[in-house]
Design a protein around this ligand. Structure first.
Ligand SMILES: Cc1cc2nc3c(=O)[nH]c(=O)nc-3n(C[C@H](O)[C@H](O)[C@H](O)COP(=O)(O)OP(=O)(O)OC[C@H]3O[C@@H](n4cnc5c(N)ncnc54)[C@H](O)[C@@H]3O)c2cc1C
Length: 279
């Protein structure tokens, strides 16, 4: 199918993008990498009257490390994250997740801001941001506000972003020497969205772990934290952690709720080994 007719404007600045969004009564959409948006237009799942292209907006892409935080501009492409030495060193969870996101051609165009704003419940980056307790900078007509990742994802493809707002950057705490990360997912084919996935962060505490954060994707409408399992893993028992998985995943075309729940346990055992250095 072909998309419904739409107008196109290339924003020259962030202010320009916000002004253009405001002119179309909530019917305008930002165009970042286009890897999700263009597919939804072509399938006529979305009918914006205007696409506001933010690819030429200065200052929206880039990776920097300051004040113990890694800041990533919203227009930073997946491929840049995948190849960045700074991400590998300071945000190793994101580095581990990147090769699982789609295919190289899609990673060449797709952006972190697009992925987080789209908020697909089976996507890797939203879960990573929640596991890392990251924060999002959102810019709109009344200025900038910052939202914790845990509050950003509000429902199925729904975020804290208003219709006239732009996600400009995200920040995650830079890894410390005692930071441990784990990441695993199961997909039908490499590069597909995950059936079930798990992003995890913890602190090494002697032979054990503390401050464990386990965030699943592909099991609910948003990234899902498994808090009871986090507590059990911090006490040292992987078996108890698997037993404590208390969410009830919805089934989809690819897997029943029971299969997803089983796979969540399998992933937890794999990720626990990564966190404790036994993988
Ligand atoms: C075949 C295929 C397989 C894929 N597999 C995976 C996968 O396994 N895992 C995965 O995570 N993703 C996957 N993707 C999606 C890919 O990661 C996309 O790049 C990403 O979801 C959207 O990023 P984008 O920059 O292309 O955003 P776009 O498609 O341009 O935009 C997506 C949405 O976000 C909005 N938006 C974009 N940027 C901003 C911003 N800065 N502020 C506010 N709103 C914004 C847009 O208006 C639009 O509504 C796949 C895509 C394809 C086509």
């Amino acid at each position: 199918m072909k998309p419904a007719a739409f107008a196109y404007a290339k924003a020259r600045s962030l202010d320009d993008a916000i002004r253009l969004l405001g002119q179309h009564d909530g019917e305008a959409k930002l165009l970042a990498g286009g890897q999700s948006l263009i597919a939804t237009l072509n399938m006529r799942l979305s009918h914006p009257t205007l696409l506001v292209d933010i690819n030429g907006v200065p200052g929206l892409a880039g990776i920097s490390v300051k004040n113990g935080m890694v800041e990533i501009g919203a227009m930073t492409r997946h491929v840049a994250l995948e190849r960045s030495a700074e991400i590998a060193k300071h945000a190793p969870l994101i580095a581990r997740a990147m090769p699982h996101i789609a295919h190289p051609a899609i990673r060449n165009r797709g952006t972190i801001g697009g992925s987080l704003s789209y908020a697909d419940p089976a996507a890797e980056l939203p879960a990573c941001l929640v596991a890392l307790d990251g924060e999002m900078d959102i810019v709109g007509v009344s200025g900038k506000r910052t939202v914790r990742a845990g509050d950003f994802f509000q429902g199925l493809f729904e975020t804290a972003l208003g219709p006239y707002e732009v996600l400009s950057a995200v920040r995650v705490p830079a890894a410390m020497p005692d930071t441990r990360v784990g990441f695993a997912e199961l997909a039908r084919r490499h590069g597909d969205y995950a059936l079930v996935g798990l992003a995890a962060v913890a602190k090494a505490n002697g032979a054990g772990l503390s401050d464990v954060r386990l965030v699943y994707f592909g099991v609910g409408e948003t990234p899902v934290r498994a808090k009871a399992a986090e507590a059990a893993l911090a006490k040292g028992s992987v078996d108890d952690a698997v037993k404590a998985l208390d969410f009830e995943p919805a089934g989809d075309l690819h897997a029943s709720p029971e299969v997803k729940k089983h796979l969540a346990g399998v992933l937890l055992r794999r990720v626990a080994k990564q966190l404790t250095g036994q993988a």
